[in-house]
Design a binder for this molecule. Structure first.
Ligand code: FDA
Length: 389
């Protein structure tokens, strides 16, 4: 094998490691991915009939307050000044999200100032004062009161988890922030925007280096491929960003995930919903949200008479489904600890990324974690001529 490092997975984690190691350490890096495209879940492509950029694995909004990550990503792409805002359609009305003064006043048909709204929500949240909260519903009521919970959290959560919120653990929600201003910007980060030329152009620029080879349609566990786990581990250092349980043949049991189903439609209207993401809170609407991709790039010259929408449905993942969000039950947490112990024994393999660590990571977190792993694990070991540990 004429590579110094094999990276399994061409998502942001894998590509950041590959780019740093090739450019800064002069290593020959082979990146493999079992999919037929680069970029992991951040991949996007133009819908064929309209040219509208569609995020294939759900809407991806870039935001960060991490200066190092911002400095790094802006080497590969410029960003638009897009600011994300979300609305929710519930009970035949549309409200701004996250819950803010506008939402509260619209919902209660009131004109409260911040203090009056705060007092109202506190009074409603006091319903369960003095009782031990034992499930998600009670926790949410104790945070924002029953009326807001029933309108904005109950149906949406039940659909996300296919489970009655009274049967979900309280631990799923730590906080339910209510903003007592009219600010409905979704993210609070210093930097926010979308890549000017799209995600795939950005991802391709990261991989565009003479010492990086990307091999697609190559599954690390397919022994008919020349580069596979049995052939590579122990021969050359590996950065593995696939599912950690799969790496160990599910020896400690399968980790549980939620997955999403996407239903894409091209409509003969110039604008379907007037915004990029509309949540649907009613339980009798089967999808959780609709994305309308043209609104991510108002600066582009998209067709005026056609639009692309994508309905999103949420469910528990079964074997073979794409893993999206860790469920993180107590059993999962025990299993993750057991896998971490096993991983320590894999002397020349570094586990990273959202699948390799069983964590939800935003893009900036995956990139930041990869930059840290590059500094703290890969650089010292390659400089010392040693293997990964
Ligand atoms: P990622 O999953 O992207 O890449 C892993 C790669 O490994 C995949 O390409 C996979 O095919 C490959 N692989 C797995 N097993 C393999 C095997 N056996 N052999 C070879 N290759 C294998 N973040 C954000 O900042 N803003 C946002 O708005 C969103 N939105 C969003 C929506 C949805 C629905 C999800 C699920 C996630 C987001 N994210 C997000 C998070 C974002 O997708 C995440 O940060 C990155 O995907 C993380 O990159 P990784 O490289 O860790 O994993």
């Amino acid at each position: 094998m004429n590579s110094d490092l094999v990276v399994v997975g061409s998502g942001f984690y894998g590509l950041t490691i590959a780019e740093r190691c090739a450019r800064e350490l002069g290593l020959r890096v082979l990146v493999i991915d079992r999919r037929s495209h680069i970029g992991g879940n951040a991949y996007s492509e133009a819908e064929a009939s309209t040219g509208i950029e569609v995020h294939r694995y759900g809407a991806h909004l870039f935001h960060t307050s991490n200066e190092r990550v911002w400095d790094y990503v802006t080497r590969f792409t410029a960003f638009t000044d897009y600011q994300h805002r979300v609305y929710t359609n519930v009970g035949g009305e549309v409200f701004p999200m996250p819950i803010n003064l506008g939402t509260v006043n619209q919902f209660f048909r009131a004109a409260h100032g911040p203090e009056a709204a705060r007092a109202l929500v506190a009074e409603q949240a006091a319903e369960l004062a003095g009782t031990e909260v034992s499930n998600l519903e009670e926790k949410a009521i104790s945070l924002i009161g029953r009326p807001l919970y029933e309108a904005f959290i109950k149906g949406y959560t039940a659909k996300q988890w296919q489970t009655d919120p009274r049967e979900l653990p309280a631990s799923i929600i730590a906080r339910l922030p209510v903003r007592y201003t009219y600010n409905n910007r979704y993210f609070n980060d210093t930097y926010e925007g979308l890549p000017v030329d799209g995600y795939t152009a950005w991802l391709e620029r990261m991989a565009d280096h003479p010492r990086i080879e990307v091999r697609l349609d190559t599954d690390f566990f397919d022994t008919t491929q020349p580069v596979n786990k049995a052939a590579v581990v122990g021969q050359v250092p590996v950065v593995y960003t696939g599912p950690v349980d799969r790496y160990f043949d599910n020896a400690e049991g399968e980790l549980s995930w939620r997955t999403l189903d996407f239903e894409e439609e091209v409509l003969d209207v110039g604008d379907f919903q007037g915004t990029s993401v509309m949540n649907y809170g009613d339980e009798d609407v089967p999808y959780t949200r609709i994305h309308e991709f043209r609104h991510f790039h108002p600066e582009r010259d998209y067709p005026k008479d056609r639009t692309v929408i994508m309905r999103e449905y949420s469910r528990f993942a079964e074997t073979g489904d794409e893993p999206y969000y860790p469920v993180n039950t107590a059993t999962d947490r025990e299993r993750v600890l057991a896998y971490r112990e096993l991983a320590k024994g894999e002397k020349d393999v570094h586990f990273g990324g959202r699948l390799g660590t069983y964590q939800y990571l935003d893009m900036h977190m995956a990139i930041g974690a990869a930059l840290s792993a590059y500094d703290n694990t890969l650089t010292p070991l390659f400089r010392a001529g040693a293997r990964l540990g």
